[in-house]
Design a protein around this ligand. Structure first.
Ligand code: F6R
Length: 615
């Protein structure tokens, strides 16, 4: 989703901005642009498509020092919301060749503002909501306001969720910044200051970061920063020293980041686990902080893959701890007036910690009086900072747009929450809980063994790569995996895929079955396997190309399936309880290899963004 970078006070500011934009590429975008001020005049250059096109354009201008010999520049990667993908709609958006703005989010009342500005004589070059911002700045600057005053007047007029940076040729040593729900960080340097959508985008310039809070706005100058809250009171926000520079993340010999991240799982999941599981099998999760001083129930909200993790979490927490769990899509929770009767707390799950839907669900939970908890990967993200209690997945940066290691790490944390709650509230005897706790130690090796079936998965991928539609089935703990398998496949291969609970097929979706449509079932022998096998048989009898990913026992029982992928053998209790974690691996590898065969942009699939900062 849109990324913003600005540099002030350093030589070659444009080049430093481009470096920052490169670090935001993983978020997903469809056009890019940069503006700088040279000897009092604004230079803007924009392009459709990937950043490399913008860089090529800039390189063709390398003899024109007006683009480079500058100490103030701002840049943007755009993920289209209002207006198609085009150079005109790319940011920075300009007014009267004096003001430039880069913006992430949506100005919800832009139509009314646009009409008013047109009536006042401003002409619009783009179809974006953003363009009202530079024109509003122009309007207020012309009335004699300085950049800070003009910015405040602009803020009074606009509604929505946004983060933006504005410059004006009248104030060539200043950046106006503002944040309302969309993330924005300031970097403090020795000889300049910086702004970025996240700390990572400016960590090549400084390690000293300030995260703006909602409603904050301010002025950044080379040697000075002023931040004000929504009531225009001057505030000092905490300076955080970020530790490692993530700048040099490489594919480490893999073809794609997604492939690397799939194969990293055996080494990163131990990091997730060891954060909360101590040597004596004790789980260090503060149940009281989670809101469970006494027994009650929990609501979990998330989006996309993180929501499917929540579904698995519900099954585990109810089964292991006997605590009722309500799950909700983050984008629904806030608007449906949910009843929180009997609920102790809300838990949100987010890899990025910036998904606006999820952030809003967390805030809504807070206003309802719930304790707020989060499972996040990005420490220091907005959700992490706003939650009362955060649990970290610790898997390092995830660059591929499709979640892989973050899903399995979220599941690992949820499993530990279920065990910790079970220890406190379930009559289940301690020995049984301790046995299940030991499963965590078995997990990394089990994931590594699951990765060994890659060659067989490649064969299946090759056979189904031309399908137009696919169906994924699972029952119980593997139902969320059917949904996740379908999501993973559709987002990177662009093949239409749906996941269903195996038992639901006969209630409608079975009408979709026609000759050769691949129906993929995830299954482990857990005592209920015969029911799922019958469901697969029903699809088989109607001409589906049935594919069973399962253990030896089920494969022998479902000999009829056209393609059978046998997973390694594991101890039966471990295999059935942790089946969502184990089956994540074939689900991810299948999607990856189908997409690779189809030649799609695996790491940055079309239309998608890694960090979804609009509602
Ligand atoms: C799918 C995927 C998305 C994210 C969703 C939530 O592979 O990555 O569905 O899971 O956008 O993102 P986070 O977890 O960052 O809140």
């Amino acid at each position: 989703m849109c990324g913003v970078v600005a540099v002030l006070g350093r030589e070659n500011a444009s080049k430093l901005v481009i470096e920052g934009l490169k670090k935001l590429e993983y978020r997903g975008y469809d056009s890019a642009g940069i503006a700088s001020i040279f000897q009092g005049s604004l230079q803007t250059i924009k392009s459709e498509g990937k950043l490399i096109k913008l860089i090529d354009k800039l390189e063709n201008l390398s003899s024109d020092k007006s683009y480079f010999d500058t100490s103030i520049a701002l840049g943007h990667t755009r993920w289209a919301t209002h207006g198609n993908i085009s150079v005109e709609n790319a940011h920075p958006l300009i007014s009267e060749n004096k003001v430039a703005v880069v913006h992430n989010g949506i100005i919800e009342n832009y139509l009314a503002l646009k009409e008013q500005l047109i009536a006042e004589g401003y002409s619009f070059q783009s179809k974006t909501d953003t363009e009202v911002l530079p024109h509003l700045f122009s309007k207020y600057l012309k009335l004699g306001n300085n950049l800070l005053e003009a910015g405040r007047l602009v803020l009074n007029e606009i509604k929505g969720a946004f983060a933006f940076v504005a410059v004006s040729t009248d104030f060539p040593d200043q950046l106006f910044i503002s944040r309302n729900s969309s993330p924005l960080a300031i970097g403090l340097g020795e000889d300049g200051n910086f702004v970025g959508s996240d700390a990572h985008s400016i960590d090549h310039l400084t390690k000293r970061i300030i995260y703006l809070e909602d409603g904050d706005h301010g002025l950044v100058e080379t040697k000075n920063i002023q931040i004000f809250d929504k009531n225009t009171n001057k505030v000092d926000r905490k300076i955080i020293n970020i530790q490692a520079e993530f700048g040099l993340i490489t594919k480490a010999g893999y073809s794609h980041f997604m492939e690397k991240e799939i194969f990293e799982q055996p080494s990163v999941i131990p990091q997730t686990i060891s954060n909360y599981l101590k040597e004596d099998s004790k789980i260090i999760i503060d149940i009281d902080k989670l809101g469970f001083e006494k027994k009650g129930s929990l609501v979990i909200c998330a989006a996309g893959t993180s929501y499917y993790a929540a579904m698995v979490g519900k099954y585990w927490i109810e089964q292991i701890a006997n605590i009722p769990v309500i799950i909700d899509l983050a984008s629904e929770f806030r608007y449906r007036n949910p009843s929180i009767y009997g609920q102790n707390s809300i838990l949100v799950i987010s890899q990025s910690g910036e998904s606006l839907d999820t952030l809003m669900a967390l805030r809504h939970g807070k206003t309802l009086g719930l304790k707020t908890n989060a499972i996040v990967n990005v420490e220091g993200s907005t959700i992490d900072r706003e939650a009362d209690y955060s649990l970290y997945t610790k898997v390092g940066p995830e660059v591929g747009v499709a979640s892989t290691k973050s899903f399995t790490s979220q599941l690992s944390v949820l499993f530990m929450i279920a065990l910790a709650l079970g220890k406190k509230f379930n009559e289940m005897n301690l020995q049984e809980i301790n046995e299940k706790t030991q499963y965590l130690n078995m997990l990394p090796t089990a994931i590594a063994r699951m990765l060994e079936i890659e060659e067989e998965i490649k064969l299946i991928a090759n056979k189904i790569k031309n399908a137009k539609n696919m169906i994924f089935l699972g029952r119980g703990l593997l139902y969320p995996l059917a949904l996740e398998g379908a999501l993973k496949l559709k987002e990177i291969s662009y093949i239409h895929a749906e996941g269903f609970a195996a038992g639901e097929m006969k209630h409608g979706p079975i009408a979709l079955i026609e000759d050769d449509v691949p129906v993929i079932m995830f299954l482990v022998s857990d005592g209920n396997e015969d029911k799922s096998i019958s469901n697969l048989q029903e699809a088989h009898s109607r001409g589906a190309n049935t594919i069973l990913i399962s253990d030896k026992k089920c494969i022998e029982k479902a000999d009829f399936a056209h393609l059978k992928l046998e997973i390694p053998e594991f101890e039966s209790g471990f295999k059935s309880l942790l089946s969502p974690l184990l089956m994540s691996i074939p689900a991810q590898l299948l999607a990856y290899h189908v997409a690779k065969e189809r030649g799609t942009d695996v790491d940055q699939p079309r239309n998608l963004a890694k960090s979804v900062t609009v509602e």
